[in-house]
Design a protein around this ligand. Structure first.
Ligand SMILES: *Cc1c(COP(=O)(O)O)cnc(C)c1O
Length: 425
């Protein structure tokens, strides 16, 4: 028994004696029905499994990473040290320090051409927390949220945690997984409360065009629903792809859009946990109230580090992007050189959706690969290569490979995948 189990066991024994509650009654106390239906994050789970196997000395190639493999730039680390030395170790305003909110406004005007005031900004514990706060603030039971496929694992679960209903809209690989407006129209009902757009996209790498964004915005205005725009990968663009913030289209669109971004992906700051939302102050106020009770302010040191990041030089990001770009090209070419699997070329983020439709239902070592979970599991077991099954993103005919890992790893990993595919009968 580990420590937590011992504590739990002792507590139960104590309860039994004190109020004569039987062991079994304590065991069967009902937990939250709504939250029992929430699945664990499959991506985090697979990454953890691969890391565990690695720590046991196994030769694992991990394509599961959902984070840059670069170190946080040193000027950001220095700013954090300075914040510690200056004693910035107390509670801050729960929405974030004013200097950081001002810098975020400055960044949004400079990079995204949208104008916000500091009272329209909420700094949270990562962009994931920003999204969680948004759904808590805007949804009522039964409200529908449109989520394009393939989606980031956490969206449907976050919507459900806020009593909302996820409604999925299919996209096509042949259209680079972009939003098809006719499909979107079909999904809209009188209960539609929001759409989530994530461009550049995790897991597909799709970057939405101006026309697509204008079409979505027009439908949102016509049918009166919010646009939740997750722009966490905005800096990671290739081959001249451009990022456009939907909120910049016009003031009316800005008013119904909740723009989400954060430090994790652009500045290799995943562990620092700083993200933010920009939006209409009426919604931001509700989100701020929720956050003030749930977590109070995000980590004070990380806020000062983020301030330095946003005001710092951007050439470090450029270096990172050019390394990602060369790995991306290498990975795409290598996948398409293997018979039976394929992929399209992603325009952003750091993932490739590898199409495995043609090899599904074939056998490996006597085991039928019925879907992406079987594929990922068999690959990990037999070749020590970790990928994320597409079913985690609602796309069972695919697995996601992250190229946030060295070229040597990509080369070795794809050699192993090739030999795995060749072993299929
Ligand atoms: C990584 C990621 C986030 C969240 O990042 P945080 O670390 O919580 O800031 C949000 N959306 C997508 C699509 C992501 O991949």
């Amino acid at each position: 028994m580990d420590y937590a189990h011992i504590m739990c066991y002792n507590w139960k024994k104590m309860m039994e004696q004190r109020i004569n509650l039987s062991f079994w009654e304590a065991e069967e106390m009902e937990l939250s029905r709504k939250n029992l239906g929430i699945a664990a994050s499959l991506t985090l789970e697979i990454d953890a499994k691969a890391k565990r196997m690695k720590s046991q000395g196994m030769d694992i190639i991990g394509f599961g990473a959902g984070e840059p493999d670069f170190a946080t730039p040193s000027y950001i680390i220095e700013a954090a040290k300075e914040a510690l030395d200056k004693g910035y170790t107390r509670y801050t305003p729960s929405s974030g320090i004013i200097e950081l909110r001002q810098s975020i406004c400055h960044k949004l005007l400079r990079d995204n051409k949208v104008s916000y005031e500091p009272n329209e900004i909420l700094v949270s514990n990562g962009a994931k927390h920003s999204l969680y706060n948004i759904f808590q603030a805007i949804l009522n039971p039964g409200d529908e949220v449109i989520i394009p496929l393939p989606y980031w694992v956490s969206y449907p679960e976050m919507v459900k945690m806020a009593d909302g209903i996820p409604v999925f809209v299919d996209t096509l690989e042949e259209e680079n997984f972009g939003m098809n407006l006719d499909n979107l129209k079909e999904a809209i009902t009188s209960r539609t409360k929001a759409i989530i757009i994530n461009s550049p996209n995790n897991p597909s790498g799709c970057v939405y065009s101006r026309e697509q964004l204008e079409g979505i915005a027009q439908l949102a205005l016509e049918h009166n629903f919010f646009i939740v725009s997750d722009e966490i990968y905005e800096e990671l663009l290739y081959e001249g792809a451009q990022h456009l913030s939907v909120a910049s289209l016009d003031p009316q669109v800005r008013d119904i859009t909740l723009l989400v971004n954060g430090m994790s992906k652009a500045y290799a700051m995943t562990g620092w946990r700083i993200g933010y939302t920009a939006g209409n102050s009426k919604i931001i106020d509700v989100m701020a109230n929720i956050q003030s009770h749930a977590t109070s302010n995000p980590n004070s040191i990380a806020q000062y580090a983020s301030l330095a990041a946003l005001n710092g030089p951007k050439d470090i990001i450029k270096d990172m992007v050019s390394q990602f770009d060369s790995r991306r090209r290498f990975m795409v070419d290598r996948i398409n050189s293997i018979d039976g699997i394929s992929c399209t070329t992603p325009q952003g983020a750091f993932y490739v959706m590898m199409n495995i439709n043609d090899i599904l239902n074939r056998m490996h070592n006597g085991r039928v690969l019925g879907g992406s979970l079987d594929f990922a599991d068999a690959l990990l077991e037999s070749k020590n290569v970790a990928v994320v099954p597409g079913i985690a993103f609602g796309a069972d005919g695919y697995v996601r490979l992250s190229y946030a890992t060295s070229k040597e790893n990509i080369e070795e990993g794809l050699n192993r995948i090739e030999s795995f595919v060749k072993e299929l009968i």
